[in-house]
Design a protein around this ligand. Structure first.
Ligand code: FMN
Ligand code: SF4
Ligand code: SF4
Length: 324
C-alpha cells in the first residue's frame, strides 16, 4: 500500500506534521505541493498512490490558494483512502468541507480529516509563542499526530470537526473568509518592506513559495505582478528581522519557524529534488529564548554582526526570535 502525503508549509508547522506522519506510516512518501505544481506546468497532476493525504495550514478559515489550485488539478484514480490534516492557530472552520467540494468534482471525498493546533504564524494579530507556550503546544501536537497516524493506519473514518455557534459558522466565518479571499488579506502582499539592517543574504528570496521576492542591489523587492502565497516565510525566517509589515505591530511580535524544520527544507518545497542538508544548514535548533512579553517592549532584532552570512548559514539567537 503506497501512501503519498502532499504538503504546503510557510513556516514549517505543516511540514513537521507531514514528516512525522510519513515517519509513522509504512511506505509513505512526502511530496511538496509547490514543487509538484511547478513540475506539472499546465498539466493535471496524477498520483497512483493507494492512500493520499494533504497537509497544509488554515488560511483565513479555509485553505491557502496554492492548495486549492493543487486539489482542483489532482487526479487520484487508485486512491482507496484520502485524508487531510490542517494545522491552525486554533479557530474552528469548515476548511474540510471546502476540500470535499473540490474533490466531489471527481466523485471523491475525504475519508478522514484532522486539525492540529500549532503556533499561530499570522503576525498581524498574534505574537509568536514563548518557550513555555511552545512546549505546551508541541507536546499536544506530538500526541495528536501519533493518534492521527494510528487512525490512518487503521483507515478509520474520522470527521474532526467541532461545531461553533450557528452565527459564527454560518455568518461570521464565511464572511471573514470571503472578505480575506476577495481582498487578498486586505492587500497584505503590498505591505512588506525591508529595514536598513538587511544584509542582502537572500534567505527571503530562497524561501518565498511564490517566487515573488528577488534581491536587487542587495535588497529584497516584492514583485507586484506575482501573487503572494501569504505563507509568511519571508518575514518569519529573515535572520535579521529586517522584514516588516506596514501599519502593523510586526516589529514587536517576534519571529517563528518550526524549530525542527530548517530554512533549507522550507525552500526545498519549490522543487521535487530531495533535500540535501549539511549539518551547518540544519543548525537552526539552538536553544530558544522567550520573546519579550513586556508591553511596548520590542523584540530586538539580532545584532548586525551576527547571523546568517550565507543564504542558509546558521542564524543567531535573539530575544523574540523563534526562527532559528
Ligand atoms: C495568512 C494566514 C492566515 C491564517 N488564518 C488562520 C485562520 O483563519 N485560523 C487559524 O486557526 N489559523 C490561521 N493561521 C495560522 C496558521 O494556520 C498556523 O499558524 C499554521 O500552523 C501555519 O502552518 P505552516 O507553518 O505550515 O505555514 C493563518 C496563518 C496565515 C499565515
Ligand atoms: S532574509 Fe532578511 S537580511 Fe536576508 S536579504 Fe532578506 S530581508 Fe535582507
Ligand atoms: S512574499 Fe513572503 S509571504 Fe508572500 S509568498 Fe513570498 S515568502 Fe510567502
Amino acid at each position: 500500500m503506497k501512501t503519498t502525503i502532499y504538503y504546503f508549509s510557510g513556516t514549517g508547522n505543516s511540514l513537521w506534521v507531514a514528516r512525522e506522519l510519513a515517519h509513522q506510516l509504512p511506505d509513505a512518501e512526502l511530496v511538496p505541493i509547490v514543487g509538484v505544481l511547478a513540475d506539472a506546468g499546465d498539466h493535471q497532476v496524477t498520483t497512483d498512490a493507494d492512500i493520499v493525504g494533504f497537509v497544509f495550514p488554515v488560511h483565513g478559515f479555509s485553505m491557502p490558494t496554492t492548495v486549492r489550485t493543487f486539489l482542483s488539478r489532482l487526479e487520484m484514480p487508485r486512491a482507496a483512502y484520502r485524508f487531510s490534516v490542517a494545522t491552525r492557530g486554533g479557530s474552528p472552520c469548515r476548511v474540510f468541507h471546502h476540500v470535499d467540494r473540490i474533490l466531489a468534482r471527481q466523485g471523491q471525498r475525504l475519508d478522514a480529516f484532522f486539525f492540529v493546533d500549532m503556533p499561530n504564524t499570522w503576525l498581524l494579530y498574534w505574537d509568536v509563542p514563548t518557550d513555555e507556550e511552545f512546549a505546551d503546544i508541541d507536546g499536544r501536537a506530538r500526541e495528536r499526530v501519533a493518534g492521527i497516524a494510528r487512525s490512518i493506519s487503521l483507515r478509520e473514518e474520522v470527521r474532526d470537526y467541532e461545531h461553533a455557534a450557528w452565527i459564527l459558522e454560518n455568518v461570521l466565518f464565511p464572511l471573514l473568509h470571503g472578505l480575506s479571499a476577495a481582498t487578498r488579506y486586505f492587500r497584505l502582499e503590498d505591505a512588506f518592506y525591508v529595514e536598513s539592517n538587511c544584509t542582502g543574504c537572500g534567505v527571503c528570496e530562497q524561501v518565498c513559495l511564490a517566487g515573488k521576492i528577488s534581491i536587487v542591489a542587495g535588497r529584497p523587492t516584492w514583485s507586484k505582478s506575482t501573487r503572494c502565497a501569504l505563507c509568511m516565510a519571508c518575514i518569519h525566517t529573515c535572520p535579521h528581522h529586517a522584514i516588516q509589515l506596514k501599519s502593523t505591530k510586526s516589529r514587536i511580535r517576534g519571529r517563528y519557524h518550526h524549530p525542527e524544520v530548517s530554512r533549507t527544507e522550507l525552500a526545498a518545497q519549490k522543487s521535487l529534488r530531495p533535500v540535501r542538508e549539511t549539518r551547518a544548514e540544519s543548525a537552526y535548533c539552538a536553544p530558544r529564548q522567550s520573546p519579550s512579553r513586556e508591553p511596548g517592549r520590542s523584540a530586538a532584532p539580532p545584532p548586525s554582526d551576527g547571523g546568517a552570512e550565507g543564504a542558509f548559514g546558521p542564524s543567531v539567537t535573539a530575544a523574540g526570535d523563534r526562527s532559528r
